[in-house]
Write a protein that binds this ligand. Structure first.
Ligand SMILES: [Zn+2]
Length: 191
């Protein structure tokens, strides 16, 4: 619902509170709620608002104008910085959420598999021996046991979030526990 102020709107026009002219309501400033509903329509027309601004500006001395101009610039700069910071923060949070929740197709959550490997590595002499039996590279199995891998670009450890379901099936089967996947990932096989 549009809240009507002192001057009613008739046939899409309103009486400006300053100049008294009947003007189309598109000649007035509109304000909206975030929801998209109209909050209000100014009672003073845009030409009057602009004229007031020009008059205000005209009365100011050169020094005052430069002060106002600088202040406006600073405020605009600060506002842009705040917007940029808020955006960067939101993007960072989103990236973190994505990293946790996004599991690629044909992948499953890594943690159950890692816990299983940590438990079963004790059946072998070493991680390397387990890797050989599992038909996997030793470095891959070592990364799985560590729970992270080294990023080639940033040279930083990156937590492993997911693993190919096919890898889990193959490894557990080669290691003599073909039934393990059903216990580790019941939801995958429930369908
Ligand atoms: Zn007016």
């Amino acid at each position: 619902m549009v809240k009507f102020d002192s001057n009613p709107i008739t046939c899409g026009r309103r009486n400006c509170a300053v100049c008294g002219r009947w003007r189309l309501i598109i000649d007035f400033k509109w304000r909206w709620y975030k929801s998209g509903h109209i909050r209000n329509i100014s009672t003073v027309c845009v030409p009057c608002i602009n004229a007031k601004g020009r008059a205000y500006w005209k009365k100011k001395s050169k020094a005052e104008r430069s002060i106002i101009g600088r202040r406006n610039n600073e405020q605009a700069h600060a506002r842009r910085n705040r917007d940029r910071e808020a955006l960067a923060e939101a993007e960072h949070e989103l990236a973190q959420l994505r990293a946790i929740t996004d599991i690629p197709p044909n992948h499953v959550d890594f943690q159950p598999f890692r816990m299983w490997l940590l438990w079963h590595v004790r059946e072998f002499r070493s991680p390397n021996a387990m890797a050989e039996r599992a038909h996997k590279k030793a470095v891959t199995v070592q990364d799985w046991l560590n729970g992270y891998e080294w990023n080639d670009v940033s040279c930083e450890p990156v937590p492993i979030r997911s693993v190919k379901l096919r890898d889990v099936e193959n490894v557990t089967t080669y290691l003599g526990h073909p039934e393990a996947v059903y216990g580790l990932y019941p939801a995958v096989y429930d369908r």
